[in-house]
Design a protein around this ligand. Structure first.
Ligand SMILES: [Zn+2]
Length: 302
């Protein structure tokens, strides 16, 4: 019923020639583009080794896991933490996870593993209050009210101006100085980066479970941002949903790439590619498993 990872790899090597041939003859079976193939990634040798030797122990809870422990959010014993890349992000990320979302299936954990200082994962309904921060926080979620990334600065500025006008004197925490500063800033000026977005929120759950979270009072009134153009290569592609619905780590990654160019107005040179360090490796394993005709996706990645 189960094939050990090393046996799988061996089988896969044998199938390599066949795979190349299949690729040529059945073009429709292959994704037309593989967006993960040109990433600037740290060496994945440690993951290859870990994959060959199989599951190992989580040093925190003792659980037996592949690559990382999804309960403790740490890599396992045979993937030393100093051998996985650390990614610096331009803002903080909160991920709100549905309690029924299986931790082992979630890609949100990749963000916490690779950018631990910048990422926090909350399990719904235990989430922070964002009300006071709604001029510097955005929720990444598609919807009728959602705007695109390039319009973030404009909408944040509008919020700051509105706040300035209707500012409640009982709320001394809001800084007037900042309002004036941004009022004099022309967003069409390429040097002006606009108001600062400090935090973005992602929701990590199946699309069915998301409704409960997205309608939560505490998330109402936040600026909602949609990623429109990226296509998913998520292996758990969700039935009946268009392929622009992304896995959590993909959504985070693509958001940051666009944020970098559209808002920070800097050239993107792969700074966040390592967020896909685990994802691209697992994606490749699963793709290979599919071509090899095995159905070991669950076994391989957990
Ligand atoms: Zn653990």
């Amino acid at each position: 019923m189960s094939v050990s990872p090393s046996a799988f790899l061996k089988k896969n090597e044998e199938n390599n020639t066949e795979f190349v041939e299949t690729k040529q003859s059945q073009a429709t079976f292959i994704a037309p583009e593989d967006p993960l193939q040109n990433l600037c990634l740290a060496s994945q040798e440690i993951l290859q080794k870990a994959q060959q030797s199989g599951r190992s122990k989580c040093l925190r809870c003792g659980g037996s896991r592949m690559f990382y422990c999804y309960t403790c959010c740490v890599p396992v014993e045979n993937v030393p933490v100093e051998q996985i890349p650390l990614v610096k992000l331009p803002l903080k990320i909160d991920i709100i996870k549905h309690p029924n979302e299986t931790d082992g299936k979630s890609t949100a954990i990749h963000a916490k593993l690779l950018a631990p200082e910048f990422v926090n994962i909350y399990t719904y309904p235990c989430i922070p209050e964002y009300e006071e921060k709604d001029h510097e926080v955005a929720l990444i979620f598609p919807g009728p009210q959602s705007i695109s990334i390039k319009d973030i600065s404009f909408h944040l500025q509008k919020r700051i101006q509105n706040k300035g006008k209707t500012d409640d004197p009982k709320r001394p925490s809001f800084k007037h100085k900042k309002t004036e500063e941004w009022e004099s800033c022309d967003l069409n000026d390429s040097k002006c980066k606009g108001p600062t977005l400090r935090k973005v929120i992602f929701i990590d759950s199946t699309w069915k479970q998301t409704n409960k979270i997205i309608t939560d009072e505490r998330l109402q009134g936040l600026l909602q941002v949609e990623l429109k153009t990226r296509k998913t290569c998520f292996w758990r592609h969700q039935k009946g949903k268009p392929d622009t619905f992304l896995s959590t780590i993909e959504a985070i990654y693509y958001f940051l790439v666009d944020y970098h160019t559209d808002i920070l107005k800097e050239k993107y040179k792969g700074q966040y590619d390592n967020l896909l360090f685990f994802y691209s490796f697992m994606y490749q394993l699963i793709k290979n498993a599919k071509y090899a005709g095995t159905n070991q996706t669950t076994k391989l990645t957990r």
